[in-house]
Design a protein around this ligand. Structure first.
Ligand code: ADP
Length: 318
């Protein structure tokens, strides 16, 4: 009988709990033994294992964060650290591992598969920066959190006739900014994938103001700069009051959206199915409406993709 372990690693994302729940309950349904590993690869090295029952994952589908906690581990990046991790898996009789995390966590999973550990990865990151899949768990919830903030900032910016610069997360990926900017009707969306001309932006803001525009909402992805510096520059050049808001870690929290809960449930179910079928060194994802799986090496070498059409639409409608 298989013993499957599950861990969450790297940045937390809403919906990770729903994925843990799906992995645990699917595996139990298939009569596997399931262990939860706390604090990602760090907990794996230290043997922080807990047996998981159906009830261990009760009442968590609606909760943000991760009940298994998450961590970053420098030790795991070393060969010695990974050897300890493999030994620990052996000690607890674990033959398969499900890793829920982002790009870094997948690189860790890739190393473990190279050491003959049966591994399957589930993409969990708000950044949506894994190009082999259309969406990652947590992205939709994060975008909705940003959207809520944009709606509120729009009210106050309009009342004060200000420029509002909202800085959102995403590391080097502009997807959170692009989706929230389009859905929130932002006047300008600034992304690392596209770059921008600051002088041109200031000129446009001034022209729009002269035409009678009451506010100008700018969504700025963190990968291309800081909101504070940009707001200062706009105010200096245009003379229009400009305020910066950095949304920060609130983007990582909150109850997962329906989309993220369903995505996490489908991913978790498929991950266990793959292990049951003896397919390892795989990652699950979604393309169109279909759940897919790919070899982990292949998945990590898919080049970055940017949705130019969506960007065009956002600009046309702004
Ligand atoms: P995320 O998974 O959200 O991208 P990180 O990049 O911080 O988060 O990665 C999470 C953890 O994965 C790291 O702390 C480290 O233990 C492990 N990891 C990251 N990159 C590698 C790598 N190249 N080789 C082995 N382990 C890695």
């Amino acid at each position: 009988m298989k013993t499957i372990a599950v861990l969450t690693s790297g940045g937390d994302a809403p919906g990770m709990n729903a994925a843990i729940r799906a992995v645990v309950r699917t595996a139990l349904d298939k009569k596997f033994t399931v262990m939860g590993i706390e604090r990602g690869y760090s907990g794996l090295i230290n043997g922080e294992m807990i047996p998981m029952e159906r009830r261990s994952v009760a009442d968590i589908i609606q909760r943000g964060g991760t009940i298994l906690k998450t961590a970053r581990s420098e030790e795991f990046k070393t060969e010695n650290g990974r050897k300890k991790a493999v030994q620990m898996l052996g000690k607890f009789g674990i033959d398969s591992l499900v890793v829920i995390g982002g790009d870094g966590s997948f690189r860790g999973a890739q190393e473990l598969s190279r050491m003959s550990i049966a591994t399957v990865g589930i993409p969990g990151t708000i950044d949506n920066d894994l190009p082999y899949t259309d969406f990652t768990i947590g992205f939709d919830t994060a975008v909705n959190t940003v959207l809520d903030a944009i709606n509120k900032l729009r009210d106050t910016s309009t009342s004060h006739e200000r420029v509002s610069v909202v800085e959102v997360m995403g590391r080097n990926c502009g997807d959170i900014a692009l989706y929230s900017g389009l859905a929130g009707g932002a006047e300008n969306i600034i992304l690392p994938e596209k770059g921008y001309d600051q002088d041109k932006l200031c000129k446009n803001i001034l022209e729009e103001k002269i035409k009678g525009k009451l506010h100008n909402l700018i969504v700025l992805a963190e990968g291309i700069g800081g909101a504070e510096a940009l707001a200062k520059k706009i105010q200096e050049v245009t003379g229009i009051e400009a305020r910066a808001t950095k949304l920060g870690h609130i983007q990582r929290g909150g109850s997962p959206s329906c989309m993220d809960r369903i995505l996490a449930s489908r991913f978790g179910y498929r991950a266990v199915e793959l292990l049951e079928e003896g397919k390892t060194s795989r990652v699950v994802g979604i393309k169109g409406a279909k759940i897919i799986d790919l070899d982990i090496d292949e998945a990590l070498s898919v080049p970055r993709y940017f949705d130019d059409k969506l960007y065009k639409i956002a600009n046309a409608l702004a």
